[in-house]
Ligand binder design. Structure first.
Ligand code: WTA
Length: 648
């Protein structure tokens, strides 16, 4: 961390966006309309929060019944656009229902498999599925677990739920059967939607098999709808399972969009936090539509002719907001790709960009570092001339990767929008606009209407020193709570500083007001941009019969940002062996998914703890990385710190 910090502190380069791009940008057009003359003035105006979001709403949504008040704020729960009648599907789909314009260009991993789906076709598919779900008894407020890979049926399923006023909960297809089970049980899902299997790196992943395993102990789930993706043989439960293509074939293509309150829940998305159990983050229809729509329109400047590629998975918030809802609200054409970036060769992405003339690309620092590692020869074969803007999300981008992305992919002409945000925030919060001077490695400044700061431990704003990143005022796309866990909601986000949202990230603001995000505090890991709780990995480990205690930490990794190292105390009588090391890594994979598989498993006889018995991950991390451990005299067992270096 110290070395990275030093690099960041010395990063002085500033890149101005091309004049023409800035002049023609959506945000600049709006500024002209409002007689706002500069970026600084825009941010100043944005401090009038309720005015700003009221104006933003006019740009993005059409309420069925107008709101009475922009914001109601009570006990840390927000209601935005109070009393408006709405459903996000009105703007994402219904208003485009006769358009021949392509909504999604989809590529399957096997080469040559391409589908182009118009807004009109998408609308028919969503209506048919919604009608089929209605027949199964699905109604407003029901929870639906969606466990699908990147195939067009994933956005279709999300929209069909939203249309009925049901609450979708997408679980990333890389999560394990047990992780899926835990989530659908927490939310008491009535229905799940999944597929037979899908392609990844030339192999098939048996999602239906995982689903069956999950459903072995999921008493609330009455039915499973199965998309036929690969056509592989799958086990079948005739009492529960239904083929997607059969039930939608028979269904009518017209289904009423349920009229909701603007603050009714749209979805639950589980994410990692400080405890072993993931938390169900709730988002609502109206504010989420406004927030995601305006950020996509201004940050990525999408216009009618653009081809947008948010190369994330719709199983994460990035995909919810910027593959599904916001692009559809804006009516743009998006690319969706099912498979691995290096299949069949490391230039699959660049091929896709040239083939579909992608103009704006949004990806993660991990992906960028992976492409740097593959070598430039894979990029030089392609023109990439359709690109005009680039984006980065999910973890801090190191200046080296930023410059490489700017030069190799953007050919020095595409500004990079480094967007900081979270599952909880719903939309970009700290981010440049195409009119912002850029500093490589900095997410620059808060979006208008968002107030952010960095606080010291006493809650005082600090400049040019690391502290806690906080948001000072509610915003429309903010989370509306943690499903069935109001105490955790209060404790995690609102109890550290009064009336202030705690992001859980460490950041620094420089003398120009630019934000430099340094990473999560010690409770959450970011591995390849995926958010995984240290304690989730630890609880998976201690569920193994031979493990007594465990600590999971992140170690720097050149490509993935962080890799997982675990320190394990075995139960009495258990023997250390190479097999056990592998078995424990596999055990975590089974409990959570491949994304959480430890890269290193170490055996120790003790772990440093506080007097109250809390394992000190921070101390372990400092010690094994050869850094200063700080004062360890208050630990109950300081000798355990030295022992870490003898870990087997
Ligand atoms: C990290 C992903 C630095 C951060 C949208 C945050 C970032 C967490 C950036 C949320 C960025 C996201 N620069 N760090 N541009 N974007 N992060 O919920 O630690 O999967 O708290 O949402 O990702 O992860 P989540």
């Amino acid at each position: 961390m110290e070395k990275d910090l030093l690099v960041l502190l010395n990063e002085k380069r500033v890149f101005n966006p091309p004049k023409k791009l800035a002049e023609n940008s959506n945000v600049m057009k709006w500024m002209k309309k409002k007689k706002i003359k500069s970026y600084e003035e825009l941010l100043e105006k944005g401090k009038n929060i309720e005015w700003f979001w009221g104006e933003a709403a006019k740009e993005i949504v059409k309420w069925k019944k107008p709101y009475k008040k922009v914001l109601e704020w009570k006990d840390h729960y927000a209601k935005w656009f109070v009393d408006a009648k709405y459903n996000i599907v009105f703007d994402a789909l219904d208003k485009h229902k006769n358009k021949k314009k392509i909504a999604f260009i989809w590529e399957g991993e096997p080469k040559g498999e391409i589908k182009k789906i118009s807004y009109k076709e998408l609308n028919v598919q969503v209506n048919k599925l919604a009608n089929a779900m209605k027949k199964l008894g699905i109604k407003k407020g029901d929870r639906i677990g969606i466990y699908l890979p990147m195939i067009p049926e994933l956005p279709t399923a999300m929209l069909a739920c939203a249309k009925l006023g049901a609450i979708h909960s997408v679980v990333f297809s890389g999560f394990s059967a047990l992780a899926f089970r835990e989530r659908i049980n927490d939310e008491e899902a009535k229905l799940v939607i999944t597929c037979d299997s899908f392609y990844r790196k030339g192999k098939t992943i048996p999602l239906k098999k995982f689903t069956d395993e999950a459903l072995m102990e999921a008493p609330t789930v009455k039915n499973a709808i199965i998309v036929k993706r690969t056509g592989e043989e799958i086990p079948w439960n005739p009492k529960r399972d239904l083929w997607y293509h059969e039930i939608t074939k028979k269904a009518l293509s017209n289904c009423k969009t349920e009229l909701m309150d603007s603050n009714d829940p749209l979805f639950i998305l589980y994410t990692s936090g400080t405890t072993g159990k993931p938390k169900g983050i709730i988002h609502a229809h109206g504010g989420y539509a406004v927030g995601t729509g305006i950020t996509l329109k201004w940050v990525f400047d999408l216009k009618d002719k653009d081809v947008w590629w948010c190369a994330a998975d719709a199983g994460w918030i990035t995909g919810h907001s910027y593959i599904v809802y916001a692009p559809l609200i804006l009516g743009v054409t998006s690319v969706i790709y099912e498979g691995s970036p290096d299949f069949p060769k490391p230039d699959r992405w660049w091929e896709i960009i040239d083939r579909h003339k992608v103009s704006v690309l949004y990806t993660s620092p991990t992906a960028i570092r992976m492409f740097m590692h593959f070598g430039e020869e894979w990029i030089e074969k392609h023109s990439l001339k359709s690109l005009r803007l680039l984006g980065s999300v999910g973890e801090p981008i190191n200046p080296e990767a930023w410059i490489w992305y700017y030069e190799m992919i953007g050919k020095g002409k595409c500004p990079i929008m480094d967007t900081w945000w979270q599952t909880e925030t719903g939309n970009h919060c700290i981010t440049p606009l195409p009119i912002t001077p850029l500093k490589p490695g900095s997410a620059t400044k808060p979006f208008p209407g968002i107030q952010a700061d960095v606080f010291d431990s006493k809650g005082k704003p600090i400049v040019n020193a690391g502290g806690e990143l906080v948001l000072l005022h509610p915003w429309p796309a903010m989370l509306r709570g943690i499903y069935k866990n109001p105490e955790k909601y209060q404790k995690t986000y609102w109890e550290t500083y009064p009336e202030t949202y705690l992001a859980g990230d460490v950041a620094r603001i420089d003398q120009d007001g630019y934000f430099w995000i340094q990473g999560r505090d010690s409770d959450v890991l970011k591995v390849a941009g995926h958010r995984i709780g240290n304690s989730e990995i630890e609880s998976a480990l201690v569920s193994h019969p031979l493990v007594a205690e465990a600590a999971a930490i992140g170690k720097p990794d050149e490509i993935k940002g962080e890799k997982i190292a675990v320190y394990v105390i075995l139960k009495k009588g258990a023997e250390i062996s190479e097999e056990l090391r592998k078995e424990l890594a596999e055990h975590v994979t089974k409990e959570i998914g491949k994304l959480a598989k430890p890269s290193e498993v170490w055996f120790v006889s003790d772990l440093p703890k506080t007097r109250s018995g809390k394992i000190m991950r921070r101390v372990i991390k400092a010690k094994v990385l050869g850094k200063d451990t700080g004062n360890i005299s208050t630990l109950s067992n300081p000798e355990a710190v030295e022992e870490l270096l003898q870990a087997k």
